[in-house]
Every structure is written in structure tokens, then in C-alpha cells.
Design a binder for this molecule. Sequence first.
Ligand code: SIN
Length: 531
Amino acid sequence: MKEFDFVVIGSGIAGLTFALKAAKHGSVAVITKRNGADSNTAWAQGGVACVTSEEDSFELHVRDTLDAGAGLCDEATVRTVVTEGPARIRDLTDLGLHFDDREVSGHREPDLGREGGHSKRRVLHVQDVTGREIEVTLLRELQRSSTVQLFENHMAVDLITAGKLGFATEDRCLGVYVLDEKTAAVETIRTDRLVLATGGCGKVYLYTTNPDVATGDGVAIAWRAGATIANMEFIQFHPTCLFHPNAKSFLISEAVRGEGGVLRNNRGDDFMARYHPLKSLAPRDIVARAIDAEIKRSGANCVFLDITQKSPEFLRERFPHIYETCLRFGVDMVKQPIPVVPAAHYQCGGIKTDVNGATTLPGLYAIGEVASTGLHGANRLASNSLLEGIVVSHRALSALRVQPAAHPSRSITLPEWRPGNVQDVDELVVIYHNWDEIRRLMWDYVGIVRTDKRLQRASARLRNLQREIREFYWNFKITVDLLELRNLATVAALIVDSAVSRKESRGLHYTLDHPETDDGHFKRDTLLTRM
Ligand code: SIN
């Protein structure tokens, strides 16, 4: 059995930031399913929303975040994240990260991007590869640390809790079982401070901007351990992904619209003018629904994002990654509008935490996309998530340092993982079939526009699939594929259950059967806890 002062599951911006800071105070394990750099963070294009300009203010950033959140943000959390942002940005630049800047009256100023829902330019970025640069910077720093051990190709199976071991005292997290993909062995890791930073669950949908690792592991693991889960019905669909059969929903950053890109339908109309005064830069939920409506009305496969009015030099310099990728798929954004469709992008709910990342289960913290801190409410403001990752990870470490475990896990013997009498999976096709079925049914029945009937259908199908997967789990040797499938099914069911319980439309949850917002009954979080 291994033992660490801190165990972090996940290697995106939140997990790595936490690990680097925790390394100054004890031993740290970072557990990650694939390679260190395989995370949602590495795919983030837009940047980090943060008040740095004289023309901006904390008050405006707070107001924009609350407006996007449609009445469900926790205002105190919003204020904390927004006001602590600049100090945490300095932590990143101190590590050598350089955000783009430009010359203004003889001195350099940040070159701030603009995205939907922001009343000011406030997005710090590194061209259109901000996340990749952040990830590279943090991993480079991590490799220099002698107190952090990075376990790649290791996947968390389940938490070890006092409750599951049958202790009648206060339930708490004591450690985690981890599958080593190379040896297929399950290791027991003891810790009094476990931090879930596993990112989101985009892979629960057929079309997503997320990398393959985004299978909702953290939410599923926390749910099974008895932690409270909040607001899972609020899944953000990014309005603009490259429409091409082989492009795997490649993201076309909102920053393209921030620089003047206009959405057009198949007749060339600037259709967003009919939906919102901010047109193509309206909040994301409105743009995604408008595109969905245009596509359904016209029978077309996609709409188009037109930025051909900008100079080729500007586009190649500001969006090199998008430019090159589109070109590889035969689309020259300098000369032609980019065909785009919406795709699942961000999980606004997650494991319920306070502003320090503390969950309802003592000893367990959650940071980054996997957590629901109250910052995003019913709809996330673009580029607020990397900001949340750096602020809350910093706060989580401070909180864990001043609150040592009440009953250290060392007094308890942790049982080794018992594999039971299991065989190798005989028919992989069952795993892949169930995986595909979940993703398609979530896309068709629990997507941008919902109805009671579609949600009921999804719920019934998911219950059957979960039964089948449970049987599989107990009878066969666990593999990463099987664990991911189990987590995907759990998270899909949590999204559906949350959506079923919200009989109104608000933010990212829109249902034809209850199209109005009902503050009287539903201006509250959706909370689910396993009985
Ligand atoms: C984008 O670049 O459009 C994505 C930014 C975000 O989701 O915050």
C-alpha cells in the first residue's frame, strides 16, 4: 500500500496547480488516466477571463458572471473568484507563462480577447492555444519537484471511505483504489487529503469538444462515495465546432466571434439578429439554441461562421491553431465561412463544494470542472473556468492546511482490493455498444432542447444499461474501458435525473414542456445524494 499527504486525481489546470503548491508541504501523488498532458485544459483555446484593464472592473466581471448564471450563481463565490484572479494569474506568469500582449503608447499591455456575455475585453490568452501553454508550463514545473509523483496510465476506481468500511463514526475519505493500466493490478493508496480534479463529462454526448478522457469519472466516484452532486442538468453546448465528418467536433473558439466573426445560415443571413441584441456574441446558451433551431428549420447540416472580412495576416497570427486545423480539413477561413455545429462542451454542475473545494464528504475536495462551487450557476461565462481552476485550487490547499484530519486514517486498516472470482472480458463489443448507445441517447433525448417525454425515455433506457453494466462490472476483470463506461452511465443518469426534476427552463436547461423560468419554485440548486 502507498501513502501520501495529498493525492490528486487528474492533471488539468486545477489538479496540477494544487499539486505544485501542495508539494511545498508534503508528499503528493498525481494520478492520471493517460499521459500528464491529456486533459480538457490542454484543449482550451479561449483563455482566462480576468480583470486586468483600466477600462474593466471587478464589479463588471461579477455582473457578467451573475447574468450568465441565470439566478443560480453563489454571489460570494463569484466575488471571491473574480477578485482573487489577478494574484493567481501572477502565480502563472511567475512560472514563466507569457500571455499575449501588445504595444500601447510606448508600453506593453495584455492583448485581451472578447467572448460572448462579457461586457469588456478581459480574456488573457496565448494565441488560440492558451490551455496547451498552461499545461506545458505546469507539467514542466511538476517534473522539477522532488515531492510529487506523477502516476500516468493509472485510473481511480473508487474511494475508500469510513462508511464503506462499516465505521459508525463520521464518514470520511480514507484513500482510493487505483487501477494500474499496464499491470492490470489495483493498488490501495492511503491519504487524509484527496482532491478530485478529473474535469468534465463531455464524452457522455455523441458530439463533444472534449478529449476522450472526459468521461465524468470524478462525479461518478464522488457519487458512489456518498458526496452530494449539484446542478448536473446544466450542460453547456459550445455553439461552434467545425462541421466535418473527421474533425471530431474540433472547437472554433468564441474568440473568433469576439474578433468580429458572424454566424450565417445556409442562405447567408446573419440570423442571430433575430434572436438577441448581441447577435453572434449573445450568451452561449442562446446562440447554441438559435443554431439548433436554424438547422432544424432549414434541414441543413450546419450553419457558417464568417470571418473573411479580417485580413489573412491577422487570422494566421491570432488563430494559428484554428487556421491550420481548418485548412487540414479543406476549409480556408481566410477565404470562406467555416461550417459549424454545436457540441457538448462544459459541465456547469458537479460535486457540490464550498468556495475552497470542500465537498460534503470530509477529507474529499473537488476542484476545477468536476466541482460545483456556485461560480457558474445555470450557465458558465466563457473563459471563467480556467480562472476558477487556479483560484479554487489555491484556496483548497490553504483550507486543507489549516484543517488537519480530525481522525487520521492511519488508525484504520485499509483492506486491499479484492478482485473476486472474475474472468477477462469476453465480448468487448458489449462495452463499445453500450458506450455508443449512451452517447447517442444523451444527444437525441437530453441535448440542447429537452421535453418531459424524451427525458423519461432516456431515464428508462439508462436504468437498463446501468443494470447490465453493473453485472459486467462484478463478473469481469476491470479495465479502463469498463470503468469509463460505468462512470459514463452513472453521470448520464445524474444529468437525466437532475433535468427531470427541474420543471422550468433556465440557463442551459431548456425544455419545450416548461419554457418559462419559474423563480417561485426553482431558483435553487438541484442536489442529489445517494441513499
Ligand atoms: C472558446 O474558446 O470558445 C472556449 C472558451 C471557454 O469555453 O471558456
